[in-house]
Design a protein around this ligand. Structure first.
Ligand SMILES: [Zn+2]
Length: 284
């Protein structure tokens, strides 16, 4: 948004044309469906995603963390190295709700919690005002809430999926009313990174019906808890929203639009793909 990306991308390509690189990783090429940028292959740096401002976000961290051209905005201050591949390193598995146990080795990682902020900034808006300019309104069980225009339609489809469920089972309704909120320009608690709420792509359901790991007593071992019903989780996941109840650092009110984590087009192996057939649509 704002700065045109194309001339910069062309500059990279003409400076370092790479042939015979083979096809790009699926998880990388599928990003163009939802995020603003282009897949590029840079000699000596490998595959990457060229975004606004002349920055190439690397697919793999063995490449430089961020290849910045003059005028590029990719100043990472030597923080943790982030590559795009890390988005997928912990697979997000939709379907039946799984009770997470801190003592399980596999449970310690939270699928979807690796977020590449630059992808969000370049796609949804670089500032509070820029995001604000791209907010739509979504009617969600009685009230209208601001949501980013790029994620508003998927959220409306969630509502469409849930309406008959609520009709059939009115006990679902209290989870979906009096909700915690959607857009708010803020950082993640005790973090330097912007929350996905800042981009208008996340929604918190009724806080009174939710559990959040930071509400546990200090020093206690993480004890996963949840009351959110399966039908609600299924409806969101079917439309590309991940759920904070899949995290050992649970945040069960929280759903965020991360279609890349739920799309078969982004998955590398056919094995993981077939294991999920029927999962997203709640075919249990
Ligand atoms: Zn949230």
């Amino acid at each position: 948004m704002g700065v045109p990306v194309l001339p910069v991308v062309l500059a990279i390509l003409s400076a370092a044309p790479t042939r015979d690189a083979g096809p790009p990783p699926r998880g990388l090429s599928c990003l163009t469906t939802w995020y603003a940028g282009e897949v590029v292959h840079v000699a000596d740096a490998g595959w990457g995603f060229a975004i606004d401002g002349g920055t190439v976000l690397p697919w793999r961290a063995s490449a430089p963390a961020a290849v910045s051209l003059p005028d590029g905005g990719g100043d990472d201050e030597g923080e943790e190295v982030v590559d795009l591949e890390s988005i997928y390193r912990v697979p997000y598995v939709a379907g039946p709700i799984v009770v997470l146990d801190a003592s399980d080795a596999g449970a310690i990682e939270d699928p979807g919690r690796v977020r590449i902020e630059q992808l969000f900034l370049t796609t949804y808006g670089q500032s509070r005002l820029e995001v604000f300019d791209h907010l739509g309104k979504v009617r969600f069980f009685g009230l209208r809430y601001p949501f980013h225009e790029l994620a508003a339609e998927p959220l409306r489809r969630v509502v469409t999926r849930l309406e008959p469920e609520v009709q059939a089972n009115p006990k679902l309704k209290p989870f979906l009313t009096n909700i915690g909120g959607t857009f708010i320009w803020r950082k993640i608690a005790r973090s330097k990174n912007l929350s996905t709420h800042a981009f208008g792509i996340a929604i918190d359901l009724n806080v009174d019906r939710a559990h959040y790991w930071r509400w546990q007593r200090r020093g206690e071992a993480l004890k996963w808890q949840n009351k959110i019903p399966q039908e609600i989780v299924d409806a969101f996941e079917a439309e590309g929203f991940i759920w904070g109840g899949r995290w050992l650092h649970y945040d069960t009110m929280h759903f965020e639009y991360r279609p890349e984590l739920l799309s078969d087009a982004c998955r590398e192996s056919s094995a993981s793909r077939s294991s999920r057939v029927g999962g997203v649509d709640g075919g249990r």
